[in-house]
Ligand binder design. Structure first.
Ligand code: GLV
Ligand code: MN
Ligand code: MN
Length: 408
């Protein structure tokens, strides 16, 4: 059966009906009731075409369409259903619904395939609840050990594993994901930038995914009275943080053409109008597709943070929160996706992804590829995020054609 754009539209709408912030974009944080609702909807759809559903380490969900050879490695496709706070309708969702539609249409087809075909849902891709992105795939691939996993908790002190249990995700497939178990990984995603739209392409093929380093910086000064403490006698960490944040921007601009750095979260304590702050904590997210430039930017930032805090006589702690190396995707898969695009009279554009994706970690185990569809006005991680269903369905057709060939 061919790809059915109406079913894709319906799946996107249903998944986005599970939303904690109606009217203010999509908020679906990992292991909340909304998340559970959306995942259960996809599981239910997969059950309807006879898929075998497993919950894997870390709460990754795998819906398997059996092939004729049960012991063969699987062709995996999918993405994530968690969102940032007040995010958009397509980030992650586009990859899950297209994988679902491709598997559904393979199940409806009488032609058999040898390899199992998996629809996967990776939890906590965004890191917006537990503070660390690509968390589900990091656990499944064994990047994080048991001690590290146990220490991960949300802002209310609920641990990742406890939240997973409370949401009803009980692991029934204990094995970590090993190279021998996966034949290929394919993920469709919205571009989240404006390159495809500006260049007039409907399909992008990802050649590399930028590396990401995220830091947490804590600067400690002395909370004191805003009216009685002379300027010369203050130990104000927010003043140092302000200087540091400006320098971070300068370092990103002067490192490389694709280096980006963002301070997206800042917390100031005690956060009172008439109190000099005592502690400031902020995050730094640095990205580059060139590992040397990424390391050089992060090194320069850490050195600068220390030097500004020394000048201000302030204590500072810098913690590396997460690291994902830049990843080059498989030439074999890119060639296959290009061939399948051209067969549909589509000329794809080859590009680099500035956003992080679970496929970057799965690419350490197997041949991996990603298909991008244009994002309207390049907007993402916001309620205005938009992509056309026709483009998403086209990407699903290319995905399906590639998976049929890989699963033969
Ligand atoms: C995820 O969307 C990321 O790129 O941080
Ligand atoms: Mn995403
Ligand atoms: Mn995202």
């Amino acid at each position: 059966m061919p790809i059915n754009a109406d079913r894709i539209r319906r799946d996107i709408e249903t998944i986005n009906s599970f939303n904690a912030t109606p009217g203010k974009g999509i908020t679906r944080q990992t292991f909340t009731a909304e998340y559970q609702g959306a995942v259960n909807y996809v599981i239910d759809q997969c059950n309807q075409f006879g898929a075998d559903v497993s919950v894997c380490p870390g709460g990754n969900v795998r819906c398997r369409l059996a092939g004729s050879d049960e012991s063969a490695p699987a062709v995996m496709m999918g993405s994530h259903l968690d969102s940032v706070v007040n995010g958009g309708r397509f980030d992650g969702v586009a990859g899950v619904v297209t994988a679902l539609e491709a598997a559904r249409s393979m199940a409806e087809d009488i032609a058999s395939h040898r390899l199992p075909v998996d629809v996967v849902i990776f939890p906590e891709e965004e890191g917006s609840r537990f503070g660390r992105g690509l968390l589900g795939s990091s656990i499944w691939t064994g990047i994080l050990d048991a001690d590290q996993i146990i220490s991960i908790e949300d802002a209310n002190g609920i641990s990742y594993l406890e939240a997973m249990n409370l949401a009803g995700f009980k692991v029934d497939e204990n094995r970590l994901l090993e190279p021998a178990a996966v034949a290929a990984m394919l993920e469709i995603h919205i571009e989240q930038g404006a390159v495809l739209e500006k260049r007039g392409h409907r399909i992008g093929l990802v050649e590399a995914i930028a590396g990401i380093q995220q830091l947490n910086i804590k600067i400690k000064g002395t909370a004191d009275h805003a009216g009685t403490t002379p300027m010369a006698q203050r130990s104000d960490p927010l003043q140092a943080a302000a200087r540091i944040i400006i320098e971070i921007d300068k370092i990103a601009r002067s490192t490389g053409p694709r280096t980006v750095a963002t301070v997206g979260r800042i917390v100031c304590e005690p956060g009172q109008v008439n109190v000099i702050p005592g502690i400031v904590r902020f995050s730094v997210d640095v990205r580059d597709s060139d590992e040397k430039l990424l390391e050089s930017a992060v090194g320069a930032i850490l050195q600068m943070v220390q030097s500004v805090c020394n000048q201000h006589h302030l204590e500072v702690e810098s913690v590396r929160l997460s690291e994902a190396e830049p990843v080059v995707l498989s030439d074999t898969i890119i060639d296959l996706l290009e061939k399948k695009s051209i067969e549909k009279n589509i000329r794809p554009y080859k590009m680099i992804s500035g956003a992080g994706h679970d496929t970057a970690l799965i690419a350490g185990l197997t041949r991996a590829g990603m298909i991008f569809v244009p994002s309207r006005d390049g907007l993402s991680h916001c309620p205005q995020e938009d992509s056309s269903i026709e483009d998403i369905a086209l990407a699903a057709e290319i995905l399906l054609a590639a998976v049929i060939e890989l699963a033969k």
